[in-house]
Design a protein around this ligand. Structure first.
Ligand code: SAM
Length: 235
């Protein structure tokens, strides 16, 4: 473990008490918790069973999508911000929790990762699923970071990148695009700031922080995913 990269193989829901007791304050939380969208949907009656969206047990509806938010926003600096990836189904619910009294945040915008090479599924009867969403909120009354690219008149909240594949893929079923995470971190955080990802999976947020000279704290419950993050971050 280095001073600027600290990762814990732990449950974010229990680790929070320790972080609060230790007086940890972070500049930003950027995280991609379970979406709770996986289903057992192999159609066993079909000749060629169709495999649906199934990322594993951790994503099958047991995860508490909301209670961690008021706990973790306690760690945010007064000018802090939080970006949470989530399924479109939960956007408004998460926004309500962020703007509730206990979280004391204000939702600013929705960010979109547009996948340039989405997986075509059921294309004659459905739109192709080529977007993922994240909610961006800031502490109430904060002077939030927004590093607008000087050469552009305005920024669109659209981040376009392919789904993760090839050498970038390390084996996590919902690994985020490193280029998307780097772009988000460049716009929403400053160099040397401390960023926390309580559900880091294979550590993509951490890798982006490392490459962009930001400090990082990551938490991951699953041993295998934690080891992936450890290897990627070389800590
Ligand atoms: N962004 C990550 C990446 O690029 O690899 C993927 C994150 S994935 C959507 C969510 C992760 O949260 C999973 O790896 C899962 O094991 C982890 N997780 C679920 N519940 C957790 C908990 N209570 N504490 C810490 N991690 C948890």
């Amino acid at each position: 473990m280095s001073d600027s990269m600290i990762i814990y193989n732990d449950d974010a829901y229990t680790k929070i008490n320790e972080l609060i007791s230790a007086g940890i304050i972070v500049n930003h939380i950027i995280t991609d918790p379970p979406y709770n969208i996986s289903k057992n949907n192999n159609f066993s009656t079909m000749k060629k069973p169709r495999t649906g969206v199934d990322f594993g047990l951790w994503d099958r509806g047991k995860f508490d999508l909301f209670s961690w938010i008021p706990l973790y926003t306690k760690l945010l600096d007064k000018n802090g911000s939080i970006i949470i990836f989530c399924s479109y189904r939960f956007l408004s619910y998460i926004a309500d929790v962020l703007e509730g009294e206990e979280s004391n945040c204000e939702v600013k915008d929705i960010l979109i990762w547009q996948k340039s090479n989405p997986m075509p599924r059921n294309i004659n009867r459905r739109y192709v699923q080529d977007m993922e969403f994240a909610i961006w909120a800031v502490k109430k009354n904060s002077k939030w970071v927004f590093n607008k690219t000087v050469s552009k008149p305005y920024l669109r909240s659209l981040y376009t990148a392919p789904v993760v594949n090839g050498a970038e893929k390390v084996g996590h079923p919902t690994q985020k695009s490193l280029s998307v995470m780097k772009e988000i971190i460049s716009i929403h955080t400053n160099e040397n700031q401390l960023i926390l990802d309580p559900f880091m999976g294979s550590g993509t947020t951490g890798v982006a922080c490392k490459e962009l000279n930001r400090k990082f704290i990551g938490i991951e419950k699953d041993n295998n995913y934690f080891e992936m993050a450890k290897r990627r971050l070389e800590v």
